[in-house]
Ligand binder design. Structure first.
Ligand code: G
Ligand code: G
Ligand code: MN
Ligand code: NA
Length: 253
């Protein structure tokens, strides 16, 4: 009860819900191709509350649209002047099923002057598999103005690989559980190779999540994965820190 009340007021008070950014690097040239925006809640008494806790809570409370808009607006305001291609933002199924979602996103893009072609929305397989008309219409409307979609946590859902062709996405993000299974002789290398080959055959880009070691990094490069993301490369960091990383990366290049 207490946490619910606090979440409600945190969504009204500026600064309690913040946006952190985790870099996405091109596997071949090590360039920062983009960032993923991640919601963070700094609670006055409890300290950090995990998004695994407060995102589902916001969904239950009917506040996930408010949370999603806050994150999207802040991320667009922050990233609009950054010299990187892609801003990735997570979207929950409830948001995508709301008939006014595409219009809301469009108005935030206009308001913040963010180029729609730089925005990539991350959705899960289960979100797109519900086959709701509202969801399809939102995806179509946003794709028509250049917004891209990525399938998050790929491989953990229930849809078959064959359905990739029918899902209107541009990228798949290989779930970190597969990457972290490398070297444990459980077939995860073969699974990731199959996912990357399939993505290439169907014209999709790939991002590997949860890269934590050099050997995972090397192996993913060898498999031809397009982008790498993970603690080895950088943790999610606040705005000021990502700006330092972006400036440093630009200077070195
Ligand atoms: O950042 P972290 O790994 O702790 O995130 C945990 C989960 O919360 C992930 O599944 C991530 O996608 C989700 N998450 C983080 N930020 C947001 C957000 O702004 N919106 C939604 N819908 N989910 C988010
Ligand atoms: O579900 P989604 O992929 O959006 O979740 C993103 C979350 O994954 C981020 O909140 C981030 O904290 C977490 N994450 C990012 N890189 C790594 C990593 O290398 N290892 C682990 N364990 N988690 C990571
Ligand atoms: Mn994500
Ligand atoms: Na993920």
């Amino acid at each position: 009860k207490g946490l619910e009340q606090d979440l409600r007021s945190a969504l009204q008070a500026p600064g309690q819900i913040q946006v952190y950014y985790q870099p996405l690097y091109t596997a071949d040239t090590n360039r920062m191709a983009g960032v993923e925006a991640l919601a963070r809640w700094s609670h006055v008494e409890r300290g950090w509350v995990a998004p695994d806790l407060f995102v589902p809570l916001a969904e239950e409370m009917g506040l996930v649209e408010q949370l999603g808009e806050l994150v999207l607006r802040q991320a667009c305001l922050d990233a609009v002047h950054w010299p990187i291609e892609t801003l990735a933002v997570n979207v929950s199924a409830l948001q995508l099923n709301n008939p006014s979602f595409a219009m809301k996103v469009t108005s935030i893009l206009l308001e913040t002057q963010m180029d729609p072609r730089r925005l990539e929305l991350e959705v899960t397989e289960s979100t797109l598999s519900q086959h709701r008309t509202e969801c399809q219409q939102n995806v179509e409307a946003l794709r028509s103005i250049g917004v891209r979609f990525a399938l998050d946590d790929f491989g953990t859902g229930f849809s078959s690989l064959g359905r990739l062709q029918t899902l209107e996405v541009d990228r798949i993000k290989i779930d970190r559980s597969f990457v972290q299974g490398f070297g444990h002789s459980n077939g995860d290398e073969a699974i990731v190779q199959a996912i990357i080959d399939l993505a290439r055959a169907t014209g999709l880009s790939t991002t590997a999540e949860g890269v934590e070691t050099d050997s995972q990094c090397d192996f993913l490069r060898k498999l031809g994965c397009d982008q790498l993301q993970g603690f080895l490369l950088s943790r999610p960091v606040p705005k000021q820190e990502i700006e330092n990383l972006i400036t440093g990366a630009t200077r070195r290049a």
